[in-house]
Each structure stands twice: as C-alpha cells, then as structure tokens.
Design a protein around this ligand. Structure first.
Ligand SMILES: C[S@@+](CC[C@H](N)C(=O)[O-])C[C@H]1O[C@@H](n2cnc3c(N)ncnc32)[C@H](O)[C@@H]1O
Length: 366
C-alpha cells in the first residue's frame, strides 16, 4: 500500500518486461544464395535458442530479485506499522522528504567571516530549542567557509542532532568521551560548550576510514593552539576500559537509520528485523561500556537516529537489566519532540522535518 503512495518506493513494485528484438533480426530483407541461406538460417536458429535461454535466465533472476525486494519492503512496512499504527503513513511521508540541514556556528572561528557568509540568506533565524547558536533559513545553507586561520566557521547538520549533545548538560570544564564519533557533527557540537585547557574531548571511532574523516572534521574546527586538547582514538567502544576519566559520555550508536534507508532503494533492500535485533545487541554493549566508564555522578547520553523501539527504549531496558553499576534515568522535557518510556524522540512528521533522533540520559549513581 505504501509503495503506491510514496515516491522512490515504487521501484519495488513488479515492473512490466520490455522484450528486446531477437538476435539476427537486423538481417531481414537480405537475399543470400540458397545454400548460404540454409546454413545461415541454422546458425540463426542456434543463436536464437542460445540467446533466449540466457535471456530467460536473466529475466527469471530479475523477477526473483524484484520479488525479494518487494517482500523486504512489505516486511519493513509491517514492522513499523505495528509500532506506529495509523501514524506510520504520515511518518513515512516525512521520512521520505529530503533531510533538512541547520547551521551551527563555530565559536573557535572568526564570527565576522561567518556573518559575511550568511548575509545573502533569506530569513536567517536562530533555532530556539538549543542553547548553542544554531540557525535555520529559507534557502539552502552554502558550503561552510574558512576564516583567516583556516578554521571552518560553521557545520551543517540536522538540528535534532544538536539536542543529543545538549542533553549531556555540558560545562566548560567537562572531560567528554564521544564513543562513536564519526563523521563528527556531534563532536563539533560538544566542542561549542567546552573551554580549554580545563575541558577536553576524546572522539572515538572504530572504522579506520571514518576515523580519518572524523580527525579531519575535528581538526578543521579548531585553531592550531587548541588541537592538543582533543584526541581522536580508534577503539571498539564496547571494550572501552578507562574508568573515572570522563564526566560525560555520548553513545551515538550505529543503528538502522531508516530515514537514510528510505532515501536509497538498495540500502532499503538490506533491511531486516534480524538486522535491527543485531544492531540492538551492539548498542547494549556500547551503552554498558559507557556506563561502566563514566565517573560516578557523570552523565551518559545514548542516542540513535533509528525509529525502531528495539534500538531505542528497549536498549535502555536491556542495558539496565545487565548493568554492573548504579544508574538512574534523568527525565527532562525539550521544546521539540516527544517523551518515550525512558527517553525522548524527535520525529520529522511532528517536528518540522527535523529528526529522527532518539536519546536517553542516564546518570551513574554508584
Ligand atoms: C551514528 S554514527 C555516529 C555519528 C556521529 N556521532 C556524528 O554525529 O557525526 C555511529 C558510528 O559508530 C561507529 N561504530 C560502530 N561500531 C563501533 C564500535 N564498536 N566502537 C566505536 N565506534 C563504532 C560507526 O562506524 C559509525 O561511524
């Protein structure tokens, strides 16, 4: 049902076959001698049967792929419809819309250069639901510019992402661990709250390729003399073991990222409930590692851009069952989004296209 309603989703529907001309048909109308004609006609017959078998196989394979895709898409919709009920169709529309980008100004750059680069934009306005200078406008934001010290003046990201870093309730002197940090948008947001040398940021990322990008992003947003206060590491976050070194830990966990899947048919075809369950196992391990390592009294924010409850509230529930340290959930109300059992979720159908972003704040108490 949704495939008919949603752009891009229709490619999952069985398509009509277009039958190509048979091999050798371009020889029609020529008149070779009879002997040659007989000989050629046999060869043509052979070619025809060989081609048609190959083609039949290709068509059968394509049809099987199409069937598989349509089964995955059906299962995808059934899974989320079971969670969201009647809301699913409007949420699905909102998820299909192109993701929005807000503009976070970088306090370490020259703000005059930032102001110049924003001058031509229509209705530039500050977003009120976060404390850092984050902007929206009626146009598309231009590519960020560098100032005279080669520092980027702003970062473009979904405004809801910034909420996850706000939830860390950061103080300038906090020692922060961003456990799953690439490509680095939330690390840049965290930096906006810190003051050096009292504060520090450790941005961790397991994937070497993504870590290279993360390193570049973090370094591009800091002047030379402050780069020493930020380190980029490449550990498996689930195995992290440096207790009491951090006041705040952000676990922006790898997840099903359904909005991204819905923008890309090939990615969507890889979706399965089983994958979401596997993601959840990894997420629980990452969250428990964060809880074990944050100092007593410190905060852990668990976040995902998934809309699956398995990867959101259920992860919190299971991590709490397995935890080895004392933890309490911190409830707070935000200006956009809605409450969930343990945390908060921003969904694009009711939040002006921002999100999805789920987050939950946990305090280590012993
Ligand atoms: C949702 S993305 C993080 C996005 C990032 N926080 C940002 O705002 O730009 C999750 C990241 O976690 C990384 N990751 C996956 N498993 C990990 C693990 N065991 N330890 C550390 N990082 C991991 C992924 O490679 C991916 O880059």
């Amino acid at each position: 049902m949704y495939c008919h309603a949603i752009p891009n989703c229709c490619t999952m529907q069985p398509q009509e076959f277009e039958v190509e001309g048979e091999a050798g048909s371009d020889l029609e109308g020529t008149s070779p001698p009879v002997s040659a004609r007989v000989k050629f006609s046999k060869k043509q017959q052979q070619q025809k049967s060989v081609m048609s078998k190959t083609k039949q196989k290709k068509l059968a394979r394509e049809e099987q792929e199409r069937l598989q895709k349509s089964m995955v898409v059906k299962a995808f919709h059934a899974f989320y419809e079971a969670q969201y009920g009647e809301r699913w169709s409007s949420l699905l529309w909102a998820l299909h819309a192109k993701p929005r980008a807000a503009c976070l100004s970088n306090k370490f750059a020259d703000m005059a250069v930032f102001a110049d680069s924003m001058e031509s934009l229509t209705n530039l306005r500050r977003i009120q639901f976060v404390s850092v200078p984050l902007y929206d406008c009626d146009n598309r934001f231009p590519h960020p510019e560098r100032d005279d010290k080669n520092v980027y003046t702003c970062y473009l990201l979904d405004a809801a992402s910034v909420l996850a870093t706000e939830a860390l309730d950061l103080s300038p002197e906090d020692r922060v661990l961003d456990l799953c940090a690439a490509p680095g948008g939330k690390s840049v947001s965290i930096l906006q709250h810190l003051q050096f040398p009292m504060g520090s940021l450790t941005a961790n990322e397991l994937s070497a390729d993504r870590r290279r990008r993360l390193w570049k992003v973090v370094m591009d947003y800091l002047p030379e003399d402050l780069k020493q206060y930020v380190s980029v590491t490449g550990r498996d976050g689930a195995q992290w073991s440096q207790p009491d070194l951090f006041d705040k830990v952000l676990v922006d966990a790898p997840c099903s990222a359904e909005r991204h899947l819905l923008q890309n048919d090939e990615e969507l075809c890889k979706w399965s409930e089983r994958r979401s369950v596997q993601c959840a196992k990894r997420q629980i391990a990452l969250l428990n590692a964060a809880l074990k390592n944050v100092s007593v009294g410190g905060l852990v924010v668990y976040s995902t851009c998934s809309i699956s409850n398995l990867e959101n509230d259920k992860v919190i529930e299971k991590a709490l069952q397995k935890r080895k340290v004392g933890v309490e959930i911190v409830h707070r109300t935000w200006l956009i989004g809605e409450k969930t059992e343990y945390g908060w979720i921003v969904l694009p159908d009711t939040s002006s296209g921002w999100g999805p972003l789920y987050f939950c704040v946990l305090r280590r108490v012993s």
